[in-house]
Structures are given as structure tokens and as C-alpha cells.
Write a protein that binds this ligand. Structure first.
Ligand code: ZN
Length: 289
């Protein structure tokens, strides 16, 4: 009896510890401090989007406003780094530490204008796959274009990064077996946002998860522009969303859901978050307060 009792107790302790490890929050580090966007408004929204799942614990690190000397976030203490940063280059030593962190199996989430950052940092451009502005042109890599349902590289010369007028538009998923979007509706109406177009970059180890039609009537390209991406970088993973210009754009249930699932995938390689009960239809937007 005593032996059985001890064995039962031992089993419970073991099961308990395994369960605790699986339930441990994902540690996320959100970086802001320099951005030509309203980072003071959007950082609390990004933090809340992740923490409301109960899956993430988010710390924020804010770069100095005018320079980055001495900026040295402790990347290795986190499962995923989320960038709401579009500003001056980080110190070379910090860049190297970030490359090592990600290559060794870290996670990275690039949000909207963070893909404008660091045009001169080759490894960063490999991490995000495609970027815009900052003098990006054909020298930085191809456009990705949707042709006959497949993504192809387009090496034609031209600028990297632009957008038409903000408006609501339909986001269309492709590669729908990817864990980030598996089980979600394949088309959803995103709230008014900037529809980034003509992004370009190395586009290596990249899976395009969604495109949206960039209508010339709103100043767009007439192309189905790629907007959501999953990438591998060494042993690390990157989720890149080109959506999210403003607080309002980030409250779209489609933005919220893909960010949560993308961040979980970047951190762990898996998505355990259940599909949401509220989600935009192909015809109507749906925002979350
Ligand atoms: Zn923007």
C-alpha cells in the first residue's frame, strides 16, 4: 500500500511538472521607441493582443528616441521578439546577437513598418524576406507575384515599397495547410489599413500565407500583393505581417488572430490557439475592443 501510494504520488508530481512546462507562458519581448508610426499607441495594443490569449507574457523594451548607442536587449531571455521598430540601425554587436539568437532557434515577429527598417542589414532582410522603402530596389531582391495561384519571383527593376489610400480590403489565404492559418476562413475583410505593395527582398525560405488585391482605383498596383509570411532563418522562425498601420487596423479580428497564431508559431513551431469565435467574413469587417 505504501509503495503504491508513493508511486502514485511520484506519478502525479511528474505529470504536474510536465503539464506546468507545457502551460508556461511564452516569453515575448516587444521592441519600440523609434518608428514613423504611432508606436506609443500601437505597442499597448500589440501587448494586449498577445496577453489576452493567456499564452504570452510580454515585456516591452523602448529604444532611446534619437540614437541606439548601448541598445542591447536581452534577446536570449525570450521565446519570441516582436518588432514595432522602424528607426536607426542598432549597434553592430546588437545586430550580431539578434542574428545568433534567431539562427539558434529564436522567434521573430515583424509588424508593418518594421519591414521598412534596416535596409542596409543583410541578415535582417533575410529574416523578413521582403521589405519596403529605405532605398530598396531590384538590388535588394525580387518582388513576389501571384501567377496562376502560385507565388513566383519577379526580378523586374523598380522601387521597393509603396501603398495607395487606406481602405478596407479582402485578405486571401494561400498555403492554407500552414499552422498559422489552418482552419481559418480563407478570405476575410480587413478594416481600413495601408495595403503595402511592391515589397522586395531576398525572399528566401519564405512561405506566403496571404495576399490582397491592390486595386488601381485606390492607388494600388493591380497585383495581388503578398502581406502575411512565415519564414525560416537557421533554426529560428519568423512571422511577418505587413498589416497594422494604426491602432484601428490592429483591432481587426483578422489582424488579431493572425498575429496571435503567428507569434505562437514563431516562438514554438506550433499553433495551439483555437480558431476564434469572431472573425471577419469575406464581405464584412469585424473588430475587437
Ligand atoms: Zn503605415
Amino acid at each position: 500500500m505504501i509503495r503504491l501510494g508513493l508511486f502514485a504520488l511520484f506519478s502525479l508530481v511528474c505529470l504536474g511538472s510536465v503539464s506546468a512546462a507545457n502551460d508556461a507562458p511564452i516569453r515575448a519581448l516587444l521592441i519600440d521607441g523609434q518608428n514613423n508610426h504611432n508606436w506609443k499607441g500601437t505597442t499597448p495594443v500589440l501587448k494586449s493582443i498577445l496577453e489576452q490569449t493567456g499564452r504570452f507574457k510580454v515585456d516591452v523594451v523602448t529604444a532611446p528616441p534619437d540614437e541606439t548607442e548601448g541598445f542591447d536587449p536581452p534577446f536570449r531571455a525570450y521565446d519570441v521578439v516582436v518588432s514595432n521598430y522602424n528607426g536607426k540601425p542598432w549597434p553592430e554587436e546588437t545586430q550580431r546577437k539578434f542574428e545568433e539568437y534567431l539562427a539558434a532557434g529564436g522567434g521573430f515577429v515583424c509588424v508593418h513598418a518594421a519591414n521598412n527598417a534596416f535596409p542596409e542589414w543583410p541578415a535582417y532582410n533575410e529574416m523578413i524576406g521582403l521589405g519596403g522603402w529605405g532605398g530598396r530596389t531590384e538590388k535588394d531582391g525580387p518582388y513576389l507575384r501571384l501567377r496562376d495561384g502560385k507565388i513566383v519571383r519577379d526580378e523586374s527593376p523598380g522601387r521597393g515599397g509603396s501603398h495607395g489610400k487606406q481602405h478596407a480590403f479582402v485578405v486571401e489565404h494561400i498555403n492554407t495547410d500552414h499552422p498559422i492559418i489552418a482552419g481559418l476562413p480563407a478570405k476575410w475583410m480587413h478594416v481600413a489599413d495601408e495595403l503595402y505593395d511592391r515589397l522586395r527582398g531576398p525572399a528566401k525560405n519564405i512561405t506566403v500565407l496571404a495576399t490582397a488585391y491592390s486595386d488601381p482605383a485606390t492607388g494600388g498596383t493591380g497585383e495581388h500583393e503578398p502581406l502575411l509570411f512565415a519564414l525560416d532563418y537557421g533554426k529560428g522562425r519568423v512571422f511577418h505581417t505587413a498589416l497594422g498601420h494604426s491602432v484601428e487596423a490592429m483591432k481587426c479580428a483578422g489582424f488579431v488572430t493572425t498575429l496571435q497564431r503567428g507569434a505562437e508559431w514563431a516562438a514554438t513551431g506550433q499553433v495551439t490557439l483555437k480558431p476564434p469565435t469572431t472573425f471577419p467574413s469575406a464581405e464584412a469587417t469585424q473588430s475587437i475592443e
